[in-house]
Design a binder for this molecule. Structure first.
Ligand code: HXC
Length: 516
């Protein structure tokens, strides 16, 4: 007996209703604006034919404020699991075309169910956020819905990677779920804020624009709230795919290394040319990274914020690595509040997802200044020290030039747990720069000298000879080897293969107490 035809008709009608979202006209309107609908986003995200939807027929149960009997397909969020490059990933996409993608009780429950599934099965979660925030008609049910989503984000944190795409309004509570995830990708059409310009004006009298406080550009370069800016929806999806290509499915798996790639131990003379003759000229760290990694390709994370440090993913002879590099082109590569936060966060993300770390060092110190001291550079710098010291993944440090004082430690010296440290002959490993040091050590002598300038110059040269070189550190076993820059890629590649099986057992505890 075949299944009765009316059952099949009901199924197909109900399915069509669920799939329709806000309807054909809204789809056309959005597409005209260059925006995809939630269902188009899901379609573009997953490998064709692999999406398995959860809860297509879910509806809200609200009876208040004209909601009784109102149809909100999928309760405003599409959820399910599909494949990305053949690997299962859980994803949700809020549907702005129905009730503004607002989050009610069932909408929240669908997201939480999806996260539970991802947790049990150890697969990443990607969420496309496009919502007016808590559904006003559902009152505290929506608030507690957000609570459940936040709780879920925290439960998953450090177990499976979580990526948020901000592709529309992301107001109020809506902003905090992305903020609890590992990576935020934001399109240029989106905005994200806690209090919008009207609220700010009403409460503080200040006039601000959405561009200043809520745009992708503002979050990428000023607040540091997001990691990537996307031109549009499709670009955001491409970035999420690229990111996933460096991440393991969960914390018990290795990242997708390509260990069949043969070791390349050839020297690269081009690297030698990257140390400028004049010590005042900065090293181009982006170029160093380009030469170090496979195919010169890397994915920079938070490229527009705290640019005095570079954080990126790449592969070296097939091994996935996270690179933290000084960027001497910006603020001379010194460490400040924002760059400490940026690197500490990245180091911890790499550690939690078993990604070996490489530190490239050319750092003159922590940035001096009243703003830095009053802003808590001690607390923020401590995050970096904490992050390196607590990371148990392979840690390989390359000292290119300056490695001064606390900043030398904050870039992962041997004493901070680096497994292998390579120094270029241009390395200057010292408590501080020569000029600063001699002014403290020989202040009186310089003052009394017949020619104070000449005396200071001679003393600085003497100091530099003794300390501003890798040799004292090498003699004291603080570096593994002093190497020609041209051998860096070969040695880092070897070091990664040799250290990949590193296991480090730490004392059991709930968690360390990082300075926040
Ligand atoms: C219910 C909502 C809604 C909401 C939008 N809509 N936001 N419905 N609850 N929060 C509905 C609108 O009524 C409208 O329905 C449709 O979505 C589209 O909204 P428009 O306003 O027409 O769109 P647009 O002009 O593009 O403006 C989008 C917007 C605006 C900027 C997001 O809608 C807005 O400001 N919404 C409120 C944002 C907000 O303050 N949310 C609450 C945050 S508090 P129709 O039927 O006309 O199509 C919060 C607390 C959680 O989230 C805290 C947890 C820590």
């Amino acid at each position: 007996m075949p299944i009765p035809a009316e059952f099949m008709e009901t199924l197909s009608k109900r399915r069509a209703k669920g799939l329709a979202g806000g309807g054909a006209q809204k789809e056309v309107d959005r597409n005209k604006k260059g925006l995809l609908t939630a269902r188009q986003r899901i379609g573009a995200f997953f490998d064709p034919g692999t999406f398995m939807e959860f809860g297509l027929f879910v509806q809200h149960h609200c009876q208040d404020f004209g909601m009784s009997g109102k149809d909100i397909p999928c309760d405003g969020v599409i959820t399910g699991v599909g494949h990305v490059a053949g690997h299962p990933v859980a994803a949700f996409a809020q549907d702005f075309t129905v009730a503004g993608g607002s989050l009610g009780k069932m909408h929240a429950q669908k997201i939480v169910d999806l996260m539970d599934y991802a947790l049990k099965t150890g697969i990443p979660v990607v969420g496309v956020n496009d919502s007016g925030g808590a559904r006003i008609q559902e009152g505290i049910d929506s608030l507690s819905g957000y609570g459940a989503v936040f709780y879920g984000n925290v439960l998953l944190s450090g177990v499976v990677p979580q990526i948020a795409i901000i592709a529309g309004p992301c107001a109020g509570g809506g902003a905090y779920s992305p903020a609890l995830m590992d990576f935020l990708i934001m399109t240029k059409a989106a905005n994200m804020f806690i209090c919008g310009p009207e609220v700010i004006k009403a409460v503080t009298g200040q006039t601000v624009t959405m561009d200043e406080i809520g745009s992708a550009a503002a979050h990428a370069s000023i607040s540091g709230n997001i990691h990537f800016v996307a031109e549009d929806d499709r670009h955001a999806i491409q970035i999420s795919h690229r990111l996933l290509s460096f991440l393991p499915a969960n914390n018990l798996s290795d990242p997708p290394h390509h260990l069949n790639v043969p070791l390349d131990t050839a020297v690269d003379p081009g690297m030698d040319a990257l140390v400028p003759e004049n010590p005042k000229d900065p090293i181009d760290a982006h170029e160093v990274i380009r030469r170090l990694v496979d195919g010169g390709e890397y994915l920079e994370v938070q490229a527009d914020w705290a640019r005095n440090i570079i954080t990126c993913y790449a592969r070296v002879c097939g091994v996935v690595v996270g690179i933290v590099s000084s960027n001497p082109m910006v603020k001379a590569g010194s460490l400040d509040i924002d760059s400490s936060d940026k690197s500490a966060r990245f180091i911890r993300t790499c550690n939690v997802y078993n990604t070996p770390l490489i530190s490239l060092v050319d750092v003159p110190g922590f940035l001096p200044g009243k703003q830095q001291e009053q802003g808590g550079i001690i607390r923020h710098g401590a995050k970096m020290l904490f992050a390196w010291s607590s990371a148990t993944v392979p840690k390989i440090t390359v000292i290119m030039r300056k490695a001064y004082g606390g900043a030398y430690l904050a870039m992962c010296s041997k004493s901070m747990g680096a497994d292998l440290v390579f120094a270029w002959p241009s390395a200057e490993i010292a408590v501080m720069g020569a000029d600063g040091a001699i002014n403290i050590l020989f202040r009186e002598e310089i003052k009394k000298a017949d020619d104070p300038k000449a005396r200071a110059k001679a003393l600085a040269a003497e100091y530099r000879d003794q300390f501003a070189a890798p040799w004292q550190a090498a003699e004291n076993n603080m570096v593994t080897d002093v190497i020609e820059p041209s051998r860096t890629r070969a040695l880092v590649a070897l070091a990664l293969r040799n250290t990949l099986n590193k296991r480090e057992i730490r004392p059991g505890k709930k968690h360390g107490n990082i300075a926040l």
